[in-house]
Design a protein around this ligand. Structure first.
Ligand SMILES: [Zn+2]
Length: 63
């Protein structure tokens, strides 16, 4: 039996409905881009904000 998907309002705020996911395909990227613009593209700031919010360090793989 196929899993039922429940359309949701896209989390980017565009007002369109998804096919069951949080975002319409590609709209998650729009949110990511908007966040980066909001903080003037400072990914170091973003890391700090996320670490403070989650109270844990973002692990960066260096391989
Ligand atoms: Zn959207």
């Amino acid at each position: 039996m196929p899993r039922k998907t429940v359309p949701k309002s896209c989390a980017c705020g565009c007002g369109d409905m998804t096919k069951g996911g949080k975002f319409i395909p590609g709209h998650d990227t729009k949110v990511y881009s908007a966040i980066l613009r909001h903080i003037d593209g400072d990914i170091v700031d973003l890391r700090g904000i996320v670490e403070a919010h989650t109270n844990s360090a973002v692990m960066i793989p260096h391989d």
